[in-house]
Each structure stands twice: as structure tokens, then as C-alpha cells.
Design a binder for this molecule. Sequence first.
Ligand SMILES: [Mg+2]
Length: 265
Amino acid sequence: MTDPNRPADFPGWSAFFGAGAGESGILLLLDFDGTLSEIVENPDAAELRPGNAQTLDKLSRKPRLTVGIVSGRSLQDVADRIALSNLIYAGNHGMEIKGPGIRYLHPEVAAAVPGLQEIRSRVSTALAGIPGVQVEDKTLTLTVHYRRAPARYHEEVESIVRSVAHPETSTDQYRITYAKAAIEVRPAVDWHKGRALEFIRSRLAARAYTIYIGDDRTDEDAFEAAQAAGGCGIFVGPADAPSCARYRLESPAAVSAVLADLSLR
Ligand SMILES: [Mg+2]
């Protein structure tokens, strides 16, 4: 039996098509950072790997294939970085979605935006004296990055954000989450990449075979949702990393190769 926490190496598209998958179309959803782009020290510098733009464009023009990007970045950010018009873009972990035939903004999230702006202005003021801190406004979420702040400030940054945002996060409308060298304030809604996948499926491709490719912890919800719908998840990363995805690819370079192969079919 296959260990459920250790995805099998991706066997290639022939195995899929051989099993009859994709006869009712394919919904192909992909994460951006670490999947379509290499991970880079400065997130502002992330871009599509060479060749991916042409491949994605080709894939998105195939008649029975729907292609979308599901990212933690804001919708505008990820759409600008990819800049292809036939794709669906889901930003802020799917809280905002836009593309041909689809447009979505989570209603409770929309209502939380003015409060987030208010928190952002207080947080920026409170952190002004600490070097190397970046307050990123993703409109629907607020991220404070401290990777470039001296290590002695890291705990202080987190505690300042927690206390400054406390009036809001003590209600059930907002919550704090932690990422790599970052702390986030976001609307407390039951929504994630898996829900975004289900929403896109229901609107555009209810019968399609769904494939989700990603490298991050936040992609696990989407792997689960794809597999619950009879499709599959493909985890990008080393063989010893646990994931609920059925298959695995080693690196963004391997993702590029597999996508290019699909585009030739
Ligand atoms: Mg990623």
C-alpha cells in the first residue's frame, strides 16, 4: 500500500489519459511561487520560469482545458506577474477570483476591508522605528514581513502587531496567522485554496478532471479538494516532505517540463 503521506513520483500524462481521465475536460490549477516560479529571497523579484508563459498560454487555448492560478499573493499581483488573458486568477488564497466567465469576492472579506485599512495604518505607525520591516497591503489581507529586520526584533514585531490589531482580532471578524518571517492579519472566514478550487469547479468545470499543482502547506487544502472531486494533487518538493497529494514533482523545473509535455498533447 502507498504511504498516504508520501506522494508517488508523477508517472506522466499517459497514465492519466490511459485511465480515461480528462474525457470530460481538464481543470488545471496551479500555485505560483515555488511552482511556476523559483523561490527567490525577495518575493518582489519572483517571475515565471523561462518558457512557462508560452506553455500556459498554449494550454489555456486548448478547447477542453481550463487553466487557473491560485496564489497567496493578491489577485492583482499574481495577474500582473503572469499577464495572460485566458487564465483564471485566484488571489489571497482564493478570496478573490477573476477570469473568463468568473468573478468572485468573498462577501465577508469585502466587509472586512475598511477595518484592515485601519489596522494597517496603526501597524505602520507602531513599526516605524524598526529597521527592515515591510508592511504589505494585499487589500484583503495585511502582511508584515520581517525577514530583513535584525533577528533581535523579530519577536517584538510580532508582539507589536498582535497588540495593535487586538481590538479587531479580539472580535471574530479578524485573525492573526503566521508565515515564514511574516505575520498576517486577515478576515476570519472559512475559506482557503481548497474552497477556491471547489468554487471554480462548480462555476466553470463541474465535470472536469481536476489537477492541482503546488508546493506549500496552504496547497494541501487544494490537493484534498481536487482528490475529493475525483482528480489529483501534485506536490512540488523533495521526496521526504509529507503531503496528502497523490503525486509529486521534484522542482519548478520539473513542473515546467510536465506542463510543456501536456501542451503538446
Ligand atoms: Mg507556493
